[in-house]
Design a protein around this ligand. Sequence first.
Ligand code: F6R
Length: 364
Amino acid sequence: DKGNHRHFMAKEIYEQPEVIPHTFGHYLDLENERVALPELPFDLAGVSHISITACGTALYAGAIAEYWFERFGRVPVNIDIASEFRYRETPLQPDGVTIVISQSGETADTLASLRYAKEQGQKVIAVVNVPTSTIAREADAVLPTLAGVEIGVASTKAFTCQLATLACLAVAVGRAKGHLQDEDERKLVRAMMEVPRLMTEALTLSPEIELLSRTLAKAQDVLYLGRGTNYPLAMEGALKLKEISYIHAEGYAAGELKHGPIALIDEKMPVVVIAPYDRVFEKTVSNMEEVAARGGRIILVTDPKGAELANVPAMQKLILPEMPATVAPLVYSIPVQLIAYHTAVLMGTDVDQPRNLAKSVTVE
Ligand code: F6R
């Protein structure tokens, strides 16, 4: 049932302010403002190394979480696409934990990676949306994402629920390893509790994004740029646009622009820049100036401070409320999803069942 929505994808985008608190509710002790994971069959304090593997959107959730595990847990992270991870014969550290992330819990390469990690003596944590899935059954521990059934082939709410789950896990690792003080943890938990409200505000950008998607629908290629956790989010934005609108898109680390992709920029090339005001914002502004100088059209997704400080020609801005950096990837996912959605609707594609794609990829 799509409710009032034209597509399951829209319904699932709009469900996020409801499913996210449900997921956080499972991993947080709200009264004491602490993270409270279900009991794991091993001690997080002893984790020396984390490997993350998954496919597609689930991989990008992992790539965002990599920043959190390093920041809060001070644990080295190795992350790779499951179809590479399983054949790389990567040496895995003793006392290492492998995290596999999958909405369906049935993705063939992710499952094979899980089995490889177990053979190598790793403890495996599965972050899955389908609790009865094969990946959930075979893992040492399961952290369910609790997004509810996701029908649209393009993953939306499962992605942000993966982020919510991984953020809690990263905080738990940080606390277990003694790198996070109680007050820092409380601050992070309070920020997590703000996410549903921030997402609801982000959803009000929908009409503006619908207008702006007319530019994107005319483009042949779209570039997405970001730094830090907004870099994997840029890749996720590009993936979402490609898969449902069939417009070619690429996500790049903003700092890589001058190492190649800048050659693509001309007046026909929209560039979506995901850049809240943070410690690397000024760097991203110089990248935007480079794009503008070559006639590229910028769509800047930012906050009030960022909007005030960035002024380059031919720029459109999508302005989100100010928020703590850790939760920004969850909230910035909303405009990223809506950009792909509205563009695809304009293009007249089959948004929920895009050509050549399956919801669950159980063959290599
Ligand atoms: C993109 C998308 C795919 C999946 C990927 C992994 O919107 O849905 O990239 O994320 O096929 O699937 P799961 O998470 O089921 O392992």
